[in-house]
Design a binder for this molecule. Structure first.
Ligand code: ATP
Ligand code: MG
Length: 491
């Protein structure tokens, strides 16, 4: 066996050497060896051994034990790298009996490294390395596949995906992250078994989907998931955009536009939230598409409102955390705002900030940049972008929320004798509306005078003024949207 001299971190060596000293075999195994051979920093390090979990625990001062998988985590208090806080040590395993394509019925340990490597998912992940012997164990030509940049199942692909359907998504995720191709028979097996993904927990699907988006080539990853019939089991709504042609401003159908928008977010290295919003921003164009005789073109009125609702549903089903969902939904809901550069007024910019939230306004701008590139149009002219940016910066200095008004609830109570209750909220929102129109009105004296006037109104009158802002903020298109919604929506 050719000398490899792979660089194995001291934490991993500590673990394997202690095991070997106690008379056991020990190998660094799996993705960490794959990544090391590729010259990539591994995300985590795994060790496999013929010691039992009990023996492993005895050998190290600080460990934790997960008895579902027989894995012992060896903890390093002061690791040389954050990926080495824990080195996971798992006894040689063999493929347990799988009755539900989800997890082994029992964890079956084995005596041999060979058995352990056989139950691993892909040839490039079935590599083991002994640092003390400088020996690379490669029973399925994982090195050949690494060289040819191929993801190939170990053993009979269909059986392997049948045993554990998560491997289907892992194949796509690993191929996307590494920019590898999936080998032919493995591809066919994925197509045949894709529907088994229904049995996999949403959380695990979400995690792989997240990694596909967070890689450098999310467009390729999502396209591949579609080609292999996998996306249909994750977010079928995205596929409805296929073949849905758009208006003259667009070169691509809705599907390709969403993907190109996503890819631009990745090219810029932008955050996961922007990527997610990019992929979903036009998800409801198919159902809102209408022909306009007047424009002699297709229109998509309300696709932002309907799309925000659908995005919420899809991301909730995929068990994304609430803050991620809320932010993505807001970005999708308000993504149309910056589309009309010549018509923007400062008060409109203040309103959009009030709606999407101060903390998200720059991400909305980033989404707009991705959206534009995703249509196939050239980069935004720098002066236009600068114009938006300076307007946002200017608007950010103005009061855009009730909390930024120069009177507050207790001032109102003092001035009018109002008691805590809905009237206070209506008054504050009425004041905010006026201040959004003209920030100069955020003057204590002016507002106090206004409060006295508002205090004289009946509940009904006050409610009308206080809530009128909401309508203005969400836009006059709501009525039209209601029609579309009632046609496609159950709420
Ligand atoms: P990364 O760490 O970059 O996510 P990885 O391939 O190392 O990728 P891990 O989840 O760390 O993935 O798993 C470590 C190893 O365990 C894999 O390389 C593979 O050998 C094996 N493995 C993980 N999940 C499965 C699975 N579902 N079926 C079979 N083997 C698996
Ligand atoms: Mg790993």
């Amino acid at each position: 066996m050719k000398s490899r001299n792979l660089i194995i971190p001291s934490e991993v060596r500590t673990v394997t050497e202690a095991l070997e000293k106690a008379g056991f075999e020990a190998y660094a195994v799996g993705g960490c060896i794959r990544d090391s051979l590729l010259g990539i920093t591994p995300k985590d390090w795994d060790v496999t051994t013929n010691a039992t979990p009990e023996k492993i625990q005895e050998l190290f001062p600080e460990t934790y034990y997960n008895n579902t998988f027989g894995t012992v985590g060896v903890v390093f208090e002061i690791p040389s790298h954050e990926t080495l806080k824990v080195v996971e040590v798992t006894p040689y395993r063999t493929e347990g009996k799988y009755s539900d394509a989800r997890r082994p019925d029992s964890v079956a340990f084995s005596e041999s490294l060979k058995e352990d490597l056989k139950r691993r998912d892909f040839t490039i992940n079935a590599l083991a390395y002994s640092a003390s012997k400088d020996e690379l164990v490669d029973l399925f030509d994982g090195q050949g596949d690494l060289k040819n940049r191929i993801v190939r199942a170990v053993g009979k692909p269909e059986d392997r995906f049948g045993e554990d359907a998560l491997r289907i998504l892992r194949a796509i995720r690993i191929a996307t992250e590494l920019d590898f191709a999936i080998e032919g028979e493995t591809r066919v097996a994925i197509q045949k078994t894709a529907e088994q993904l229904g049995k996999i927990s949403k959380e695990r699907i979400r995690d792989e989907f997240t990694r596909i988006l967070n890689g450098d080539r999310p467009m390729g990853g999502i396209s591949l998931a579609h080609e292999l019939g996998v996306l249909a089991h994750i977010a079928p709504d995205l596929e409805r955009g296929i073949g849905v042609t758009q208006n003259q401003a667009h070169r691509f159908d809705v599907w390709e536009h969403n993907l190109r928008t996503l890819q631009h977010a990745a090219n810029k290295g932008w955050s996961f939230d922007i990527r997610l919003a990019s992929l979903f921003h036009d998800i409801s164009k198919p159902e809102t598409r209408r022909w306009s005789d007047e424009k002699k073109d297709w229109t998509f009125y309300g696709h932002d409102v309907v799309g925000a609702k659908l995005t919420k549903k899809v991301l909730t089903d995929l068990k994304f955390p609430r803050d991620v969902i809320e932010k993505t939904v807001k970005l999708v809901r308000w993504h149309m705002f910056f589309s009309d550069p010549d018509k923007i007024t400062l008060s409109a910019v203040r309103r959009i900030i009030a709606n999407v939230g101060k903390e998200h306004i720059w991400d909305l701008m980033h989404l707009r940049i991705c959206d534009r590139i995703g249509t196939g149009r050239p980069k935004e002219q720098p002066f236009r972008l600068r114009k938006y940016q300076s307007m946002v910066e200017e608007a950010l200095r103005d009061p855009i929320s009730v909390g930024m008004l120069s009177v507050d609830g207790s001032d109102i109570m003092k001035l009018t004798g109002e008691k805590p209750g809905p009237r206070l909220g209506w008054m504050l929102h009425a004041l905010l509306e006026e201040v959004l129109d003209d920030p100069k009105r955020n003057d204590k004296e002016l507002l106090e005078a206004r409060v006295r006037e508002l205090g004289k109104l009946t509940d009904e009158e006050l409610k009308k003024i206080g809530e009128s802002g909401k309508e203005k903020k969400t836009g006059a298109e709501e009525a039209e949207i209601a029609k579309i919604r009632s046609k496609y929506w159950v709420s």
